[in-house]
Design a protein around this ligand. Structure first.
Ligand code: UD1
Ligand code: CA
Length: 483
């Protein structure tokens, strides 16, 4: 059954968020699980397919409006000059959008766990009952700070009383207002025109619309959220962390039921935008961020941070930080490996321990097993890059490219000074500084020939560490003990 689309969604995001104590970030722009709080809220309201979405901005309006243009270009921002309360915010929003008919949904910008399903249920119930107001409520263990839902003996909602305005008896109520509502827009406008500021905060409370409608004998309905966590408002950083953990649990649970093995859900952090296929394994301590995709049968972790990275089928990535990398099927990465943007590892290739790569195309079955830097380079299929090789890509001013052909063997500790190439099947000698192209099939050597100067230590460093001849005879040994 499809819910009729509401005429408008109004998102309240003008407050300063004083309790976040942030000098730099407006409250609704704090991130969790790969989106801002506002981004999560808009993703949920998008599920309603509203005819229009209006975001009320005020504090740090340029920053919030700029972000809005990035994430939801279809939404419009309405400025609330003075933050005179949630009711005032909705009044300003409705004045800006002009004529509307039907249902308006109001959501706070600081409830990142809201789901489209719960919002749809709210709207369905609202329209089924033809209510003037339908509020989403939640029953919580600790209602401190929330508005309390006051019901008549028959069960009907009669008012919402803010925590600060509530008496002792009302404060014992554990059913709270979530700041999420469906309203009939005509009735809403009527009630907003009657709001007073005669309360503890001297503000126009949106919650008072509930009492005004109930007192006028209009139908007021309530839907209780199935999971109170979903309606959690984030006012401070402790709540931000709690919401982040709840979102993590939700996202990891989604992976688990989809057939992904997540060894330690508590230390696995997954952005909403990440995709992990069935039969992938996520070891403890992983952050999978942005547009990261982990294909079937791949295993990541322990301790990986993967951002916008694709991990191919059956690949194995251990203790690695990867950003904007594409890791081919059955490739191996790690441990202690840093893959930067533009790294592409071919099928069955390897970026081993303490290897850093950037803008590097590594052919299939090619290996960079140990301690190397590969930047601005192409390495052909089946080539092997010896330990501690550096692709010297930067001349102090510009970056240059290195091309290593197929089946090449670059000796350990080679400096490949770009622009340079090593041809198909070519070798370089260990310790060489390669500044000119090595033709296919050739050996590139560039190092001083070694000479040994006999007796030099005794002549030139007499009195330093004794030479073997001067050492006192050691106890004769019989080799390793046998037992
Ligand atoms: C509000 C509700 C409370 C409810 C709680 C649920 C009111 C008066 N209180 O309290 O009943 O239990 O949410 O989380 O509605 N905002 C504006 N303009 C303003 C004031 C606020 O846009 O002038 C925005 C804020 O940015 C925020 C949202 O409205 O996103 C809610 O405001 P907040 O101050 O967080 O209200 P609470 O005290 O949490
Ligand atoms: Ca709040």
């Amino acid at each position: 059954m499809s819910t009729p689309a509401p005429a408008a969604v109004v998102v309240l995001a003008a407050g300063e968020g004083t309790r976040m104590r942030s000098r730099t970030t407006p409250k609704v722009l704090h991130p969790l699980a790969g989106r801002t709080m506002l981004g999560h809220v808009l993703a949920a309201t998008d599920g309603l397919r509203p005819e229009r979405t209006v975001v009320v901005v005020g504090h740090a309006r340029e920053t919030v409006t700029g972000h809005l243009a990035d994430i939801a270009p279809g939404a419009s921002a309405v400025v609330q000059e003075q933050q005179n309360g949630t009711g005032h915010a909705v009044r300003v929003a409705l004045a800006a959008v002009g004529d509307l008919h039907g249902t308006v949904v109001v959501v706070p910008g600081d409830s990142p766990l809201l789901t489209a399903e719960t919002l749809s249920r709210l709207v369905e119930e609202h329209e089924r009952l033809q209510a003037a107001t339908t509020l989403l409520t939640a029953v919580v263990d600790d209602p401190t700070g929330y508005g309390r839902v006051v019901r008549a003996p028959g069960g009907g909602v009669t008012a919402v009383v803010e925590h600060r305005d509530a008496d002792d008896l009302q404060r014992q109520i554990r059913e709270v207002a979530t700041s999420v509502y469906a309203f009939d827009v005509v009735r809403l406008r009527e009630a907003l025109a009657q709001l007073s500021t005669d309360n503890a905060q001297g503000e126009e409370y949106l919650t008072d619309v509930v009492g005004l409608h109930a007192a006028a004998g209009l139908p007021v309905a309530a839907v209780t959220a199935p999971d109170p966590l979903e309606t959690m408002g984030v006012n401070d950083r402790a709540q931000l962390a709690a919401a982040g953990a709840a979102l993590r649990d939700r996202l990891v649970h989604r992976l688990l039921v989809a057939g992904v093995t997540v060894v330690d859900p508590a230390t696995t952090w997954v952005d909403v935008t990440v995709e992990v296929e069935a039969d992938a394994v996520v070891q403890p301590g992983c952050q999978l961020l942005g547009g990261t995709v982990v294909r079937a049968g791949a295993e990541v972790g322990p301790d990986c941070t993967l951002t916008d990275t694709e991990v191919g089928e059956g690949a194995r990535v251990r203790r690695a930080t990867c950003e904007g990398a594409v890791i081919g099927p059955e490739a191996q990465v790690g441990p202690y490996t840093y893959l930067r943007p533009g790294t592409r590892l071919g099928a069955r290739s390897k970026a081993g321990g303490f290897v850093e790569m950037k803008a590097a195309d590594v052919g299939q079955d090619a290996k960079v097993p140990h301690l190397s830097y590969v930047g601005d380079a192409a390495i052909g299929p089946r080539s092997n890059i010896g330990a501690a090789t550096v692709f010297v890509n930067y001349d102090g001013r510009n970056k240059h490219r290195t091309v290593v052909g197929s089946d090449a063997r670059v000796g350990s500790d080679t400096m490949l000074v770009a622009p340079v190439s090593v041809g198909d099947g070519a070798y370089t000698a260990a310790g060489s500084v390669i500044t000119t192209d090595v033709p296919p099939g050739a050996l590139g050597v560039s190092r001083a020939r070694q000479r040994n100067i006999e007796g030099w230590v005794e002549r030139r460093r007499g009195g330093s560490a004794p030479t073997p001849q001067e050492r006192p005879a050691e106890e004769p040994t019989t080799g390793p003990a046998q037992d």
